[in-house]
Ligand binder design. Structure first.
Ligand SMILES: Cc1cc2nc3c(=O)[nH]c(=O)nc-3n(C[C@H](O)[C@H](O)[C@H](O)COP(=O)(O)OP(=O)(O)OC[C@H]3O[C@@H](n4cnc5c(N)ncnc54)[C@H](O)[C@@H]3O)c2cc1C
Length: 537
């Protein structure tokens, strides 16, 4: 069997894995290997921001996961998009740059995640980014990840802000600054009109260092142990089984679905669940794969009077010009996502922190190019995705097979907690109030979803349960917690409890979900993990 030796073996080149690879190779003495199940991120549609619609719609560079039937959401099997490519989900995500509320991280620390309070993590958020406004008390000015406000131009954007003001919601200049509350221009990880994934920001710049090896199409199948000490990783590449040995540490960065799966395949999990697949127990940890949370979201859609920029620019001849402009100069319609508004609001169920998020979408989801007289234009619409920021519902990742290449069972259990339903319903009503304001009225031709046929509470509930989606922020399946927390999988230093030389560094270690999109916080975790590993935190 082919065997190689490094100091650190990182499993997964996603948001966290690329970040860690960069920081650990800053020390020329560290030999670092990254194993990535997907291929290189060379696809043009991964680079152009508008290409996201195509990548997501066609599930390119994706693991093709689906949930088991969701009992509280119409018994539907829901797609669980996950990037399978260098950059991971940061190469396939919608690029929104949102850090989270300071209260989220203070709650983490209060609940046993020592060293992860807002005061502790702010330096790592600053370290990760180069903000278009330069360095401030809250923002970073010289980090690898370029962040900027949306430049999507549309009169509907201005009307939306005006309507929100008419409904009593404040405008917020910077939701990643002193205060999250209010409506704001979306911030995005875009540089010079191109997606700024962690591949672009962190991994590729580290390649010339010479102490970083990246293996693609290399899927890790198990952590290799000597007793309870992780000494390497077994992986499959081009039909061959190989071993990469780690003289210092094995670092799992496979994400919320794959990291717990890999732990279980390696004998770390609930003993009775491992026994069902004849997997010998390395460390008994009942919390592996439990505690999964994701943001549940409803979609409210309106027909748009007159055509907006999305309809205008998707006419084939105009689109061709826009694509050329985007590709050659990095400017124009294709270099942003059409939307660019984000809101953090409070329903009547909110405590101190906003509990509902609004995400504005300026055109029809899945809108396709057209060209009269051969193909007529689509009906122009706009939508708002209404998100429950801190749902109580918990899901699971569990093994479906001992075959490491088989998909695990994914159960979100969306809307299984009663309060999630209350908040979602209240948030939809809150947005309905914004849509009813004079500033938005002229843009609305008709309400499409929920449609005119939805009249009773019961119909409304059925409609919502049959249409809710996630916003692709699963987290918490290898949760970090205090030493005496039996449900914790990793300690505050991200070390797997009961094992040596093994850490998990990705979105699976969130103790609970934050009130934000989670890419920035995942990168923050990896930034801080690098310092923990180097003994500098
Ligand atoms: C469609 C979509 C839209 C999103 N939009 C946003 C957004 O706008 N803003 C935001 O903040 N967040 C967004 N997110 C969420 C965010 O991108 C993810 O939460 C974040 O990237 C997760 O980072 P991670 O490091 O935990 O995992 P990932 O980035 O998913 O990385 C895991 C990597 O590990 C690899 N891997 C897994 N298992 C193995 C194995 N056994 N062997 C080798 N390699 C393996 C995977 O292929 C992948 O490359 C979105 C996500 C999706 C899917």
């Amino acid at each position: 069997m082919v065997t190689s030796e490094f100091d650190y073996v990182i499993v997964g080149a996603g948001s966290a894995g690329c970040t860690l690879a960069n920081r650990l190779t800053e020390d020329a003495n560290n030999r670092v290997l990254v194993l990535e199940a997907g291929g290189w991120d060379n696809d043009f549609w991964l680079k152009l921001p508008l290409g996201w619609g195509k990548v997501y719609g066609e599930r390119r560079h994706d693991w093709h996961y689906d949930t088991e039937p969701e009992t509280h959401a119409g018994n539907r099997k829901m797609e669980v998009a996950r990037g399978k490519v260098i950059g991971g989900s940061s190469s396939t995500n919608a690029m929104a740059y949102v850090r989270g509320n300071r209260g989220d991280f203070d709650r983490w620390a209060d609940n046993g995640a020592r060293g992860w309070s807002y005061k502790d993590v702010l330096p790592y958020f600053k370290k990760q980014e180069s903000w278009e406004g330069g360095e401030t008390e809250y923002r970073g000015g010289s980090g690898p990840l370029t962040t900027r406000r949306s430049r999507y131009a549309d009169p509907l954007v201005d009307a939306y802000f005006e309507a929100a003001g008419q409904a009593g919601h404040p405008f917020n200049e910077d939701y990643n600054g002193a205060e999250q509350y209010g409506l704001a221009r979306m911030q995005a990880t875009i540089r010079n009109g191109r997606r700024c994934s962690t591949s672009v920001a962190y991994l590729r710049p580290a390649l010339p260092r010479g102490n970083l090896t990246v293996e693609v199409n290399a899927q890790s199948t198990r952590v290799v142990f000597e007793n309870n000490r992780a000494v390497g990783v077994e992986y499959r590449q081009n039909g061959e089984t190989k071993i990469a040995r780690a003289a210092k540490e094995v670092l799992l960065c496979g994400g919320t679905i794959n990291s717990p799966q890999l732990l279980m395949l390696s004998g770390i999990g609930a003993p009775e669940e491992l026994a069902a697949f004849n997997i010998p127990v390395t460390v008994a940890l009942p919390g592996v794969g439990k505690n999964m949370q994701d943001h549940v979201a409803a979609l409210v859609i309106y027909g748009r009077n007159g055509g907006g920029p999305v309809q205008k620019n998707l006419r084939l001849d105009r689109l061709a010009w826009q694509l050329a402009q985007g590709a050659l100069f990095g400017t124009g319609f294709t270099t942003d996502l059409p939307g660019g508004i984000i809101g953090f609001l409070k329903t009547q169920y909110a405590n101190a922190l906003p509990d509902a998020q609004l995400l504005f979408i300026a055109g029809p989801l899945g809108a396709a190019p057209y060209l009269p007289p051969f193909k007529a234009a689509f009906e122009d619409t706009f939508a708002t995705r209404i998100v429950v920021l801190r749902p109580d519902s918990r899901g699971t990742i569990s093994l479906a097979s001992a075959d490491p290449l088989a998909h695990p069972h994914i159960r979100h259990n969306l809307l299984s907690a009663g309060n999630d339903w209350n908040v979602l319903k209240a948030a939809v009503a809150l947005f309905g109030d914004v849509a009813n304001q004079p500033a938005l009225k002229p843009f609305i031709s008709r309400q499409i979803a929920p449609g005119a046929n939805i009249k009773t509470d019961e119909q409304f509930e059925t409609f919502i349960r049959n249409t809710v989606v996630t916003t692709h922020h699963p987290c918490g399946t290898c949760k970090m917690g205090a030493d005496d927390d039996e449900t914790a999988v990793v300690d505050s230093n991200l070390r797997v409890r009961g094992a040596e030389n093994l850490r998990v560094v990705d979105a699976s270690v969130f103790p609970d979900i934050i009130g934000a999109n989670i890419n920035a916080a995942t990168i923050m975790i990896a930034e801080r993990a690098a310092d923990l590993i180097r003994g500098q935190a």
